[in-house]
Design a protein around this ligand. Structure first.
Ligand code: PEP
Ligand code: MN
Length: 339
């Protein structure tokens, strides 16, 4: 059960409710979502009559949510979550288009690509400064220098910046520069990191782990929500399956409508990491929009063959502009648009 307090509930009223449910043997978890305090009951306490709780001073409502993810569920919030990043709304009628290089490599590379993706219709700029690489000998990113370059690119293009944070110790640093904190696929269940971004005052782009179920992804989002941050974008980026001979991962198109059904959070698709192959990026991007995705995240590099990471899946700016033109037509077909 969760207990929703009235927005004007006093600390005394909250303490009173906490004391009552704890006296019945329940553990409690306190969250503040859009100014409203929510008390979650955990463990195996004695049964409590919701009607009794609803009569307590300061209580607005109670909800029995059967799913393990509660704050992430549509049962908790039936209307889709939308929020502003820069001048754009995420999760609304218009698709969010995040584009940019896999890694920030240099000032010239980043500024060139930032201008190009903006021109083509991107609404956010991506670029990794701290890179999770399979090999410790691969390019690991420019670190804080990369963050500074992202901030410069935002300054000149006006595009808000999405960049990955890999460690709880780096959240404060990355949050100084980033507009959206990305949690990479391989960190989806780094619970210390999820807790840390839950406490940060920045939206979070949470990527599905390559072997995570849809429910695992929602439980990961629940960690962030339970720490008070409800500005989360879920991202389907492909999973490992028995057949990853011709593509890097398998894009789980089912996950898009399933996540939209189960959760109120916006869902975007990353066809670049899902396929790992430049020529498959556009068809999968279009499939994601047709399936109801709220946006795309696409890797773009001015010279993909020279990229220090993920060149095989990176589009040139011209290819990206063509993708956007096709994405506009697909968005219209499903009664959406691109800003
Ligand atoms: C990325 O977005 O560059 C990235 C590393 O993606 P993922 O975590 O999905 O592999
Ligand atoms: Mn990449």
């Amino acid at each position: 059960m969760i207990i929703l307090m009235q927005p004007e509930a006093t600390p005394f009223q909250v303490d009173n409710v906490l004391a009552f449910v704890q006296s019945k043997g329940w553990q409690t978890c306190l969250t503040c979502s859009s100014g409203q305090i929510i008390i979650g009951l955990q463990g195996n306490g004695q049964p409590i009559d919701p009607f009794y709780i609803e009569q307590m001073p300061g209580v607005a409502d109670t909800m029995a949510i059967t799913q393990r993810y509660k704050l992430a569920s549509r049962a908790f919030r039936p209307t889709s979550t939308t929020f502003r990043v820069g001048g754009f709304t995420v999760g609304g009628m218009h698709l969010t288009i995040v584009a940019g290089p896999c890694s920030v490599e240099s000032r010239t590379q980043l500024l060139e690509v930032a201008h190009a993706v903006k021109e083509a219709g991107a609404t956010m700029l991506r670029g990794g400064a701290f890179k999770p690489r399979t090999s410790p000998y691969s390019f690991q990113g420019l670190g804080e220098k990369g963050l500074e370059l992202l901030a410069e690119a935002r300054e000149v293009t006006g595009l808000p910046v999405v960049t990955e944070v890999m460690s709880p110790r780096k959240v404060a640093l990355v949050a100084i520069y980033a507009d959206v904190l990305q949690i990479g696929a391989r960190n989806m269940q780094n619970f210390d990191l999820l807790n840390a971004v839950g406490e940060a005052h920045k939206p979070v782009l949470l990527k599905r782990g390559p072997s995570a179920t849809v429910e695992d992804l929602l439980m990961a989002a629940e960690y962030i929500l339970a720490h008070g941050n409800d500005r989360i974008i879920l991202c389907e980026r492909g999973i490992r399956t028995f057949d990853n001979k011709f593509t890097r991962n398998s894009f789980d198109v089912n996950a898009i409508p399933v996540l939209k059904q189960l959760s109120h959070l916006p869902v975007i698709a990353d066809p670049s990491h899902a396929t790992g192959v430049q020529r498959y990026v556009q068809p999968v991007a279009l499939a994601a929009i047709a399936a109801g995705a709220d946006g795309l995240m696409v890797e773009v590099h001015p010279y993909p063959e020279q990229a220090l990471s993920d060149g095989d899946q990176s589009l040139t700016p011209e290819e990206f502009a063509r993708l956007i033109a096709a994405a506009r037509r697909m968005a219209e077909a499903v009664e959406r648009g691109i800003a």
